[in-house]
Ligand binder design. Structure first.
Ligand code: TYD
Length: 134
């Protein structure tokens, strides 16, 4: 049993191809306020290395693949995203590192708030202390 939440989205498919539709607070547990995507990342590049105090996000690899190392301060797990029909909840106070990007990787991220640098925890020791004192 994983501590991290992976969604299998319903695919609407026919001979023309596949379609996934996501609606705030219906088939995803967040109210989408912002969308961003990461692409053109070299295989050796690692990104993330932070947790958010309040922000909740859903990461969807809409093309290619990558690994996301998830860490809630107690459990660590590496989750591979390699299909547009799966979404990983990156919940508040979950340290995450994105790596092993395939050259074609496009990582779409749905977020429930606007960008705020003040919501980031970028120091792992600070994160671990916050989690353990919660
Ligand atoms: P960051 O969240 O640190 O990227 P990653 O976690 O993928 O390593 O963001 C990289 C830069 O982009 C940083 O300068 C902040 C900026 N940024 C925005 O301006 N708006 C956004 O919505 C996001 C996610 C980042």
């Amino acid at each position: 049993m994983s501590n991290f939440k992976l969604f299998n989205f319903s695919e609407i498919g026919d001979e023309r191809g596949s379609l996934v539709a996501l609606e705030s607070l219906k088939n995803i547990p967040i109210d989408i306020e912002r969308v961003y995507y990461i692409y053109g990342t070299s295989m050796k590049q690692e990104r993330g290395f932070h947790a958010h105090k309040e922000l909740r996000q859903i990461a969807i690899c809409v093309n290619g693949s990558l690994d996301i190392l998830m860490d809630d301060g107690n459990t660590k797990e590496t989750i591979t995203l390699d299909t547009p029909s799966k979404g990983l909840l990156i919940d508040r106070m979950q340290w995450h590192v994105m790596k092993n990007f395939s050259p074609s990787c496009v990582l779409l991220v749905l977020a429930d708030d606007e960008y705020r640098e003040s919501d980031y925890i970028r120091d792992y020791e600070h994160f671990a202390n916050e989690v353990n004192n919660a």
